[in-house]
Design a protein around this ligand. Structure first.
Ligand SMILES: Nc1ncnc2c1ncn2[C@@H]1O[C@H](COP(=O)(O)OP(=O)(O)O)[C@@H](O)[C@H]1O
Ligand SMILES: [Mg+2]
Length: 226
């Protein structure tokens, strides 16, 4: 199958004082549509740098990134912003929900910003919260939910606009294994039922068997691809 995202010899350098940190060195990977891919590796191995490039949040120093046939690595910021808003969803390690809003309002709010009409907002927000298993917690505020439940609200919020790819950087890092597995289980369901493509980073070995593909990073390079 044609990959949804493909990188060719991706390099990302960061200036650091008088030195240069080579955070990624010639990374060439393919993400297949409708799969869950894990980028694994120790802290500092380049996972965040890579996922930020795949999600068009950053630009490479050298090398190319393709979304299907479109080369996206050298698009100007405005185009990349549009690409992110239409095609991509993001979940991060620390769940940035709005504390004064209920779970439902947190999801509904992004649909409001995206210009959905009132009826569609309600339908879609409820649908997404049900999808992540929080149909009965919609009116709870974040502080009334567990860490795992909060992360699932963040996932509902990230998929509400129907992105093609969901990027999750260490989404389970602040959760215990049990709650972390629930989060990854939601990703599996999204892949199976919504045909979403999910790319997540983790250093937790417990998550690996839930992935379709695992790329292992070490010192900015891919040392194993499964
Ligand atoms: N903005 C930056 N400026 C300088 N160095 C950076 C920056 N971002 C990341 N790095 C460096 O690049 C390497 C990879 O970092 P990162 O991608 O965050 O790794 P990981 O997510 O696997 O922990 C590290 O050595 C880190 O210090
Ligand atoms: Mg990281």
């Amino acid at each position: 199958m044609e990959p949804i995202i493909r990188t060719v010899d991706l390099c990302r350098d960061f200036p650091s004082g008088r030195e240069v940190v080579h955070a990624l060195k010639d990374v060439s990977i393919s993400i297949q549509p409708g799969t869950l891919t894990i980028l694994r590796g120790r802290s500092g191995s380049g996972k965040t740098t890579l996922i930020n490039l795949l999600g068009a949040l950053d630009r490479p120093t050298r090398g190319e990134i393709y979304l299907y046939d479109q080369k996206i690595s050298d698009l100007p910021e405005k185009k990349r912003d549009e690409l992110r808003r239409t095609n991509m969803g993001f979940v991060f390690q620390s769940v940035a929900l709005i504390g004064l809003m209920s779970a439902y309002e947190n999801v509904e709010f992004v649909l409001r910003v995206a210009g959905y009409d009132k009826k569609k907002r309600k339908e879609r927000a409820e649908e997404c919260l049900e999808f992540v298993g929080l149909g009965n917690r919609m009116n709870h505020r974040p502080h009334e939910l567990s860490g795992g439940e909060q992360q699932r609200v963040a996932i509902a919020r990230a998929i509400a606009h129907r992105p093609k790819v969901l990027f999750a950087d260490e989404p389970t890092a602040e959760l215990d294994t049990q709650m972390g597995l629930q989060v990854v289980k939601v990703f599996r369901d999204l892949v199976a039922k919504e045909k979403l493509t999910v790319v997540m980073t983790t250093h937790d070995p417990n998550m690996m068997e839930l992935a379709d593909h695992v790329y292992t990073l070490e010192d900015g390079q891919v040392i194993e691809a499964i």
